[in-house]
Design a protein around this ligand. Structure first.
Ligand code: UDX
Length: 492
């Protein structure tokens, strides 16, 4: 590292160890590297190994002399994290392993020292789900900025929990999930109980997971600022309420598109992959897409954590096949809890299948393609894609919005419930299938999105994509907020 680089700020970026979090925070890391800032990106040993195995992260970042990928000892086997409970267990395990590690890393010398080849840390950007870093930063006297990888809308509902409890709206009195929720400011009139994050569906407020989540959310105003992967035209009505709690908001999304735009400015004609995948990407699906008509294919993926039952998989499969629409479906290995997912990917293992299942496989060969993990950003940008059946994870939602791809939402857990409500009811760029999974409904929604109301949905999704692009162009809200974030880091 040369002397000029040594004089530049050095930021420790510390994501929660899961695909959706590592992905968006690595995009932020690269945007800051482009501004000449030194970055140490800290992940678990396990995530570190998977990044090295499945991505070009080392060669991609080798052009930034100030970038370092560091790792801490594994606290938990993250590959086991599939359901809300395991996410909470991971959080608890991180407290005991990572907190001492972080303290040691940050306090090696009086200037918050680090390795000799890097300047001292000037700031920490931490996943807002890891408030343990706030304690360490305050103890050491380092500025800390939180980054929440979820939507402003979803995060705002967490902030409103005390108000919901005070008003008697939480825990839900009775079982009816379609009743309105009145005490989330900015969402009156459209939020229902079933649209609150799944973690809030508790019968008992002493539930430890509920309390961990609430505690993590309410710590955020202790940070110097809050970065959100969203843009003002998308969530402006919620952001104005948010600013009353966290006035220093940096809305800089959609991050993947923002990074792509900056890289294109710097490296005209660069076609390098920016993948941060923790699984091997099966790029053969892009060749398959190349042979499909424009806007004809439904992309189906439920993200990196959700698992589904064999029954659910069959309902989706029948519904999609019966719709007659072409489809590209990601079924992660081990994401179907009796192993059918693995068989689906390899029809040679299908000897014991029933006749209807064999018929499904035949139809799949005719107009479908199934892979274990896809290059999702490239898939959504492909001209053959006309719709996305998604679990409404926030990265997937933003990636779809940025490409103008309408969605059918089947939220599984956490922030996904409010995200799907916004897609269906506020932005009107898709359909919300919340809490139901029935082949007849799946078939109807797929036909609505991809055939009957195709033009209407494509038009609105295209309008939203234009707003997303405007936000990251020079002078746009996300562009200006990133400039402000960089300035604030440089000024210290
Ligand atoms: C989780 C939560 O569900 C999400 O709501 C939260 O915001 C972050 O943590 P995940 O369930 O994995 O994340 O969903 P999502 O946020 O959509 O992230 C998945 C990422 O994996 C996306 O960036 C997507 O592009 C990528 N992906 C997914 C692939 O690259 N290939 C695939 O085949 C599937």
């Amino acid at each position: 590292m040369d002397q000029v680089q040594q004089l530049r700020p050095h930021v420790l970026i510390f994501p929660f160890p899961a695909q959706g979090h590592v992905n968006s925070m690595l995009k932020l890391a690269e945007l800051l590297c482009l501004a000449g800032i030194n970055i140490t990106f800290l992940v678990s040993n396990n995530i570190h190994n998977r990044l090295l195995r499945h991505t070009n992260v080392v060669s991609r970042f080798s052009k930034y002399p100030g970038f370092h990928l560091d790792h801490y000892p594994d606290a938990y086997d993250e590959s086991k994290v599939h359901i809300a409970q395991e996410i909470m267990d991971l959080c608890t395990a991180l407290q005991s392993v990572v907190k001492p590690f972080l303290k040691e890393l940050l306090s090696k010398d009086p200037a918050h020292g680090t390795r000799k080849d890097r300047p001292p840390f000037s700031c920490i950007i931490v996943d807002g789900f890891l408030s343990l870093a706030l304690d360490v930063a305050e103890e050491i006297g380092l500025p800390l900025i939180c980054f929440r990888t979820i939507s402003a809308g979803a995060f705002w509902t967490y902030f409103c929990i005390p108000r919901l409890v005070e008003a008697g709206e939480l825990p839900f009195p009775g079982d009816e999930m379609n009743l309105p929720i009145e005490n989330v400011k900015g969402m009156e009139g459209f939020l229902r109980r079933c649209d609150l994050p799944s973690f809030l569906r508790v019968g008992d407020l002493t539930n430890p997971d509920f309390n961990l989540l609430l505690k993590e959310a309410l710590q955020t105003p202790r940070a110097k600022g809050l970065i959100l992967n969203t843009f003002e035209d998308l969530e402006g009505c919620i952001l104005s309420h948010f600013r009353t709690h966290c006035p220093n908001l940096y809305t800089i999304g959609p991050l993947h598109a923002h990074l792509r735009a900056r890289l294109q400015l710097q490296e005209a004609n660069s076609n390098n992959s920016n993948s941060n995948s923790l699984w091997e990407e099966d790029k053969s699906c892009i060749k398959w897409l190349d042979n499909q008509p424009p806007k004809s294919v439904l992309y189906v993926s439920f993200g990196s954590i959700a698992i589904i039952t064999r029954e659910t998989l069959l309902e989706f499969w029948h519904g999609i096949v019966n719709s007659g629409v072409r489809f590209l479906w990601v079924i992660r290995p081990n994401s179907v809890n009796v192993g059918l997912g693995d068989d689906v990917l390899d029809s040679t293992k299908s000897k014991s299948k029933s006749t209807p299942e064999m018929e499904l496989e035949e139809a799949t060969k005719e107009r479908g393609c199934m892979v274990g993990w896809a290059p999702q950003e490239d898939v959504l940008a492909h001209p053959a894609i006309g719709g996305f059946l998604t679990h409404s994870g926030w990265n997937s939602t933003l990636e779809s919005i940025a490409e103008g791809v309408p969605m059918i939402c089947w939220p599984c857990f956490a922030d996904q419930q409010p995200n799907s409500r916004f897609v269906g009811e506020i932005w009107k760029i898709g359909l919300d299938m919340k809490d139901t999974c029935d082949r007849v409904i799946v078939e109807k929604m797929v036909r609505d999105l991809m055939v009957e109301r195709k033009d209407e949905f494509l038009h609105r999704a295209d309008e939203m994509a234009k707003l997303a692009r405007k936000s990251i162009e020079e002078g746009g809200s996300s562009f200006c907020n990133l400039v402000r974030l960089i300035d604030d880091i440089v000024k210290g």
